[in-house]
Design a binder for this molecule. Structure first.
Ligand code: ATP
Length: 462
């Protein structure tokens, strides 16, 4: 009855589904939107929470050597000086002289196949722009008339705690979560009895004044990161790095991303302190792009913070009687990019009885809703027992109860959300104490006794 041919989803399809089914809304929409900012709707918040829980399980709960943290968004302004962000956290900005649209020069160069990145100096970028001036077009108006590239700092400033407007170093909204980890290194050593090698993980918001936020939630100005920093003996940095790379790749496969849609990309241009840097890329509808990074950072971060704070941030190995500054390897990914990848990866269209069925084949463990309880009609004799089923399941599974519109429409709605099971209570249920359970993927229907249904779900959602 269903013919299944894989349909490559376009960004427009995903954006429209995200809005239609309550995954992601543009922020401040009734005021015309706010560039680079998005809100998670009822389904989006469930999906993102499930993805974060899986990450936390893999990166913290499963590991005896990793602890969790939730540091504040605001930190001492000096942290961003020490980390190098105040001086160097910038992207090359160019402006179209005709339509005044701003773009990232390195991204426009990459789009025509020229190797470029934000670590290049203004002079290097401007030379490349000059050499390729006939090939680079404004994404907004299509003209080829740009200003020189200028480095633009991405830190977002605030006036927190400053009532004077006297221009002292502002409090920044954090540009990445890992700085909160580095500055808590000493607290964790002093209070948690950890021994090198050990890791600190956290999930939290980060803010960047992105020049050209684009591709939906892929590049935002406010977003959430999942980061783990692993502190180790210098001589073990590269062997542990290889292990972390493999661990993260396998974690994404275990989460449910299709293996053929992820790949490694090596950073060709490393910052001076880095030992190695690779990204895991996902095959988004707009092309392969970064999902998360795994980087070997040497001892740069602890050395910088030690120098600027005056605190010793080293480690004493009691067994060897040695004192040294640990090196760090990190795993750093964005929640929004993983949500987007999951939506793209699980989007399917198929023909069913001459109609197109849209179905999100989300991995069951991250599906926002696990079971939808649907009385066949709005008659009290059917809705009352259906609500009772909802009540028996609601503390164990994420459920919805839906009695609006025809059963066919309700099935379609749940398919688009990715709900693995729909349960229909019909007139026969009144006689046989059983419900019809429909499977999202196969659309097959089982008749299951109501008393057995929680165990059925437990078994099938494993
Ligand atoms: P890009 O090169 O795409 O700008 P990046 O290399 O600057 O990313 P990192 O600083 O390494 O990114 O941040 C770690 C992760 O945080 C990224 O892999 C990505 O998943 C996420 N991330 C970074 N910037 C953004 C953003 N503007 N919007 C959404 N997610 C982001």
């Amino acid at each position: 009855m269903a013919s299944k041919k894989p349909v490559e989803s376009s960004m427009d399809t995903i954006i429209s589904l995200s809005k239609r089914r309550g995954f992601i809304y543009p922020s401040s929409e009734i005021y015309g939107g706010f560039a680079g900012i998005y809100d998670l709707g009822p389904m989006g918040v469930e999906l993102a929470n499930n993805i974060k829980t899986q990450w936390w399980n893999v990166m913290v709960r499963r590991r005896k050597d990793i602890v969790g943290l939730d540091s504040a968004i605001f930190m001492h302004p000096k942290i961003w000086v020490a980390s190098g962000h105040v001086a160097g956290f910038s992207d090359p900005l160019i402006e179209c002289k005709d339509c005044h649209a701003r773009s990232r020069a390195d991204k426009l160069l990459e789009e025509i196949g020229i190797q470029a990145d934000e670590k290049m100096s203004e002079d290097e970028i401007n030379k490349l722009l000059h050499d390729n001036k006939d090939r680079i077009v404004c994404p907004s108006c299509g003209k080829k008339n740009f200003t020189e590239a200028k480095k633009f700092n991405l830190l977002v400033k605030s006036n927190l705690g400053d009532f004077s407007s006297e221009g002292k170093e502002p409090a920044y909204l954090r540009g990445e979560t890992c700085q909160g980890i580095y500055v808590n290194y000493k607290n964790i050593i002093d209070t948690m009895h950890v021994k090198v090698p050990f890791g600190i993980a956290q999930i939290g918001k980060a803010f960047r004044n992105e020049i050209a936020p684009r591709q939906f939630v892929f590049r935002c100005r406010e977003f959430e990161q999942m980061e783990m920093q692993y502190f180790l003996r210098p001589e073990n940095e590269m062997s542990e790095y290889d292990k972390l790379k493999e661990y993260r790749f396998n974690a994404l496969v275990e989460l449910g991303l299709k293996k053929e849609n992820i790949r490694w990309k090596k950073h060709e241009n490393l910052v001076f302190y880095a030992k190695a840097a690779y990204d895991i890329e996902y095959k988004f509808p707009f092309g392969w792009d970064e999902l998360e990074g795994v980087h070997a950072r040497g001892n740069y971060d602890l050395t910088q913070h030690s120098m600027h704070s005056g605190e010793k941030l080293d480690y004493f190995d009691q067994e060897k009687g040695e004192r040294y500054t640990p090196h760090i390897i990190e795993s750093s990914g964005g929640v929004g990019r993983l949500v987007l990848a999951m939506l793209v990866d699980s989007y399917n269209e198929e023909e069913v009885n001459g109609e197109t069925r849209v179905v999100l084949r989300l991995p069951r463990k991250i599906a926002p809703v696990k079971v939808a309880i649907l009385p066949l009609s709005k008659k009290d004799e059917l809705t009352a027992p259906s609500e009772k089923i909802f009540d028996t399941l609601k503390d164990r599974f994420s459920c919805v109860y839906d009695e609006t519109q025809s059963i066919g429409k309700r099935y379609r709605r749940q398919d688009e959300i990715g709900t693995p099971y729909c349960v229909t209570f019909d007139f026969d249920s009144l006689k046989d104490d059983a419900v019809t359970v429909r499977d999202r993927d196969t659309m097959t229907q089982d008749r299951v006794k109501i008393a057995d249904f929680p165990a059925y779900l437990e078994e099938n959602l494993k």
